[in-house]
Design a protein around this ligand. Structure first.
Ligand code: BGC
Length: 731
């Protein structure tokens, strides 16, 4: 207590540091640099978490200049107080994985992407950042912008799915939001981490230069263009080189090609894991190679601060390389005015948590990101229901409502699906009986009989099943991402009662649904709804809001289909249902269960008269594709109209179709509107094996409709010389 009081006093009394002056940023950085000892410099290139001993001394001396995992105002104040005791009083970066939420947990990022609404994602990121900043966190290791078409990889929950265009829009939106909320942003994991072999976390990825540049790099470029101050190289190796030492990508692509001026921070312990990759097992070499490749900050392996002094003394690492890295870190710190920020009091911090506006935004996110996958017979919204049976351990389990790295979430804050449904049902006079059936992991069938018996008394069964929260995120690859435990058997038993079953799937990835799901009339993907998202789900079920969420990732039918995505490359023998010698499986349906972009409304929409505003366009021009959309159903609703492009005449194989744009339209019953999507033709090109980008003259087909399986199409031709220049960053 005394120590805390002393530290707090120092915090207030701290005189202006060398960093604090009104000189131009560059001059302040240079002045600081000139004053720093080697140990202080390496401290700036280090981020560490609480260590059993010596940690406070390291903070006081400046040997550790940045911290990770100090979560709340008490903790951030405690570590910040040491800054005042350092010689130069350089502010610390206090980092934390602030992903889908801080105290208020939003829907997981993959679910947020299902809103197909970048601006909503921006606002969510800003609200999330404000909570974190109020507690003294000033740096987030987010957004994760890895593209992935492999639901076996547990980290898909943290990203925006399989598509580089949607991924770029979300990356930019999230970067802007976090920054507006006051966080320094690290986009991760550069690059190819989302394509590990066999979906196995940390496993190497191997891909062509074209695939790398067409699919995986664009969201990083969008994050950089949106102002991300920092990038984190991935844990894994790409084409044989661990990202941490991949000079061609870090220094070459990021810095030289894209002009990225921020700093690179290694992933946790990634530098001293270089030996495990079989690169050079000497710790000094690991530090030297990472720095040489372009890594500026060592997270949690201590190699920079312990090994670089000897490397420098031996002449193997030039001092200029260290200085350049320090310069980048200081420029971000002072540029973000971390030296001018006060560390909040715990009381002020608490007042900024769970505000009504943040809570409302979290509910809005759930309304907009819940995906109605199937609605045969129109069971959603519930109509004429008097008695509902709610089944599923996850429905009543707060732990299974939040995504990975849930920062300061509290169990007691969470409005569970059960609570939200019971509250909303009461308003409509619907009686809800709850029977778990089994625990979230559903390893025992002991409760099945009771749940099944209760179905007799109900008009409708709402089965909330999915993947418990500890089965997602990092180090949570699954060979078979299905409904775990005995959940498929439970669903089978419920369907067997003959009562209509509405299945709500809670997960952070596309799940492979059991055959019983074929006999379920309605299915919704609710992702992990977070602290308040279940309220939005209940509103959709009871018809207060029409769902409009769309899948940002394809849902396969079987693990054997993975990797699967709407934008896979074309074949010389494309799939034909009735032709044997075409690209298909002989033991099952080849198409996915639910395609990218899919999502129904509680009303219906009809599409007609697709058109383009011109049939010939320059390779660097724009073309507008439009279509008449009519609300043909009984309710008002929002339709997300989508455009997919196929290059029909190209010098290399292009995807079957690639998502290139969307437009949301709200239509009343019977209303018709022409909806237009503008396409930047410069974005319709590809990279060749040398990495050069171009849009060739030739024919393009645009599919426009409600999902990646849209069948209405129009064509246009690009004319004139090929566009050869950088691919545009979508905005
Ligand atoms: C993860 C990163 C994360 C870091 C710090 C690592 O294990 O791969 O995404 O930012 O830990 O928590």
């Amino acid at each position: 207590m005394i120590r805390f009081a002393l530290a707090a006093a120092l915090l207030v009394l701290a005189p202006a540091s060398a960093a604090m002056s009104d000189d131009p940023l560059e001059a302040r950085v240079e002045r600081l640099l000139a004053e720093m000892t080697l140990a202080e410099k390496l401290g700036q290139l280090t981020v560490e978490s609480n260590a059993p001993s010596g940690f406070e001394d390291a903070l006081r001396s400046g040997a550790v200049g940045n911290v990770i995992n100090f979560k709340d105002a008490d903790e951030t104040r405690r570590v910040e107080a040491f800054t005042a005791q350092t010689r130069l009083r350089i502010p610390m970066l206090r980092g934390l994985d602030v992903l889908q939420g801080y105290r208020t947990q939003f829907v997981v990022p993959l679910g947020q992407a299902a809103s197909f609404d970048p601006d909503l994602n921006r606002r969510a990121a800003e609200a999330i950042a404000r909570e974190a900043v109020a507690q003294g966190v000033n740096w987030t290791f987010a957004p994760m912008v890895d593209v992935s078409r492999d639901p076996r990889w547990g980290r898909v929950a943290e990203g925006a799915g399989e598509d580089p265009h949607l991924g770029s829009l979300m990356a930019a939106a999230r970067v802007r939001g976090y920054r507006a909320g006051g966080l320094v942003v690290t986009a991760k994991h550069f690059v190819g981490y989302g394509a590990p072999e066999a979906g196995l976390d940390y496993a190497p990825a191997d891909m062509s230069e074209s695939t790398l540049r067409d699919l995986h790099l664009p969201p990083f470029r969008a994050a950089v263009a949106a102002g991300a101050e920092s990038i984190m190289p991935a844990f894994n190796a790409l084409n044989g080189i661990p990202a941490t030492v991949n000079r061609r990508l870090l220094d070459g692509v990021l810095r030289r090609e894209w002009g990225f001026a921020g700093f690179l921070v290694s992933d946790w312990g990634a530098i001293d894991q270089l030996g495990n990759h079989g690169i050079d097992p000497d710790l000094g070499a690991m530090a030297r190679n990472a720095l040489a490749a372009g890594v500026d900050v060592d997270m949690a392996s201590t190699t920079f601060r312990t090994r670089l002094p000897a490397e420098i003394a031996a002449g193997r690492v030039p001092m200029a390389a260290v200085d350049a890295a320090v310069r980048r870190v200081l420029t971000v710190k002072l540029g973000a005015r971390l030296d001018r920020r006060t560390v909040p009091s715990p009381e002020d911090a608490e007042a900024a948590m769970l505000t009504p506006a943040t809570r409302a935004l979290a509910v809005e996110m759930a309304r907009r990101s819940t995906v109605l996958l199937k609605n045969d017979g129109g069971f959603v919204p519930l109509d004429g229901v008097r008695r509902m049976l709610l089944v599923g351990g996850m429905a009543d389990s707060p732990d299974d409502h939040v995504g990975p790295h849930a920062a300061l979430w509290r169990r007691s804050d969470v409005v569970t699906v059960r609570r939200a449904i019971e509250a909303r049902a009461a308003v409509s006079g619907v009686a809800v009986e709850y029977r778990a059936g089994c625990a979230p992991d559903c390893t025992s069938e002991a409760g099945f009989a009771e749940a099944v018996a209760a179905a007799d008394r109900a008009d409708v069964v709402l089965a909330v099943l999915g993947e418990p929260g500890d089965m997602i995120g990092e180090a949570a690859s699954r060979a078979d991402p299905n409904l775990p435990g005995r959940q498929a058997a439970l669903l089978e038993r419920l369907v067997g009662t003959g009562k209509p079953v509405i299945l709500v799937v809670m997960s952070g990835r596309p799940l492979i649904l059991p055959t019983a799901a074929e006999r379920v009339p309605a299915i919704l993907a609710a992702w992990y709804p977070g602290t308040f998202g279940a309220i939005g789900l209940a509103e959709i079920l009871f018809g207060d809001v029409a769902p409009s969420g769309r899948l940002p990732m394809t849902w396969p039918r079987h693990a054997g289909q993975i990797p699967i995505a709407h934008n896979r490359l074309r074949s010389g023998r494309p799939y034909e249902a009735t032709e044997k010698f075409t690209s298909k499986y002989i033991d099952m349906e080849t198409k996915p269960h639910f395609p990218f972009g899919h999502g129904l409304s509680t009303t219906t929409f009809a599409y007609a008269e697709p058109a383009v505003d011109r049939t010939e366009v320059a390779t660097d021009g724009t073309v507008s594709v439009s279509v008449m959309v009519t609300n043909t159903g009984p309710h008002g609703g929002r339709e997300i109209v989508q455009a997919y492009v196929r290059d029909v005449q190209a010098s290399r194989v292009r995807p079957e179709r690639s998502f290139k744009g969307m437009a949301a339209v709200d239509l009343a019953p019977g209303e018709t509107r022409r909806v237009a999507i503008r396409l930047d033709v410069r974005a319709l090109g590809f990279h060749d094996e040398t990495g050069a980008y171009r849009v060739e003259p030739g024919r393009f087909r645009v599919f426009v409709g409600p999902s990646s399986e849209a069948d209405l199409a129009v064509e246009f031709t690009t004319t004139g010389p090929a566009y050869e220049g950088p691919a545009p960053v979508p905005d």
